[in-house]
Write a protein that binds this ligand. Structure first.
Ligand SMILES: Nc1ncnc2c1ncn2[C@@H]1O[C@H](COP(=O)(O)OP(=O)(O)OP(=O)(O)O)[C@@H](O)[C@H]1O
Ligand SMILES: [Mg+2]
Length: 225
């Protein structure tokens, strides 16, 4: 398997004299892996995912994307890398309320130079079709159930065909049955070869992933099957 992202000795502190939130994290993520990140509240799971997903920066250590060290890129450069290579799915969906479902899914392509604007609509509709919501394309997010909103968010995360999909508690605001539907959708993506990392408290969600990483007090406590 090809190395997608490698973290080398990554640490994160939010203030100079406080105990680091993450300490000396060494982690390699390969293409095609499905990974669950588990651990108690406050252990550093979301912080780790934000660093992997280029939403936040480590205070020490290196970030390699396909063996290229991109630690020193500017925030702006990193946001372009993020938009092209990483699809984010959040607990609270983060859809834009004033836009239609279709416009929400189009949005990430506007920052992706690899996609021509003439392709936006077709690609967004294809992504919505993949999550079973093409018929809702003209509606606004407030008219959708939580599970449907999360499926739109998944379509939005997929539309740039990212190398890596990151989800922080994607089923946290959903009931068990709807959460299972969302996880089945994510799992189907894994089966198609997408790489996925899910932060979750839910053991049944974690069971669906092939690799489990447990964070305890800012360190990797377990990494295995
Ligand atoms: N922006 C921030 N500024 C200061 N401290 C922060 C910040 N973000 C997170 N922290 C601290 O870092 C620690 C880890 O937070 P993080 O959100 O990564 O935990 P988590 O494992 O995702 O927890 P949960 O399961 O509750 O979501 C916590 O002690 C938190 O208070
Ligand atoms: Mg969290």
């Amino acid at each position: 398997m090809e190395q997608l992202i490698t973290l080398e000795q990554v640490s994160k502190s939010f203030s100079a004299n406080a105990k680091p939130v993450l300490e000396d994290i060494d982690l390699t993520i390969n293409d095609g892996e499905s990974i669950a990140i588990l651990g108690p509240s406050g252990s550093g799971k979301s912080t780790l995912l934000s660093i992997i997903g280029l939403l936040d920066e480590p205070t020490a250590g290196d970030y390699l994307l396909r063996s290229e060290n991109i630690t020193a890129l500017t925030r702006k450069q990193k946001s372009l890398v993020r938009n092209a290579h990483i699809g984010w799915i959040f607990q609270n969906f983060n859809l834009i309320a004033s836009m239609t479902v279709l416009e929400n899914v189009v949005q990430p392509m506007r920052f992706n130079k690899a996609i021509k604007s003439s392709e936006y609509i077709d690609r967004a509709k294809e992504a919505l079709n993949d999550v079973g919501l093409l018929d809702k394309h003209a509606t606004t997010p407030d008219k959708l159930s939580g599970g449907q909103q999360q499926r739109v968010a998944i379509a939005r995360a997929l539309v740039n065909k990212p190398a890596l999909i990151l989800a922080d508690e994607p089923t946290g605001n959903l009931d068990q049955a709807t959460g299972d539907e969302v996880m089945a959708l994510l799992q189907a993506l894994c089966d198609k070869g997408s790489t996925l990392i899910v932060v979750t408290h839910d053991e049944s969600v974690a069971q669906r992933c092939k690799r489990r990483i447990r964070i305890l007090d800012g360190r990797i406590d377990y990494d295995g099957k």
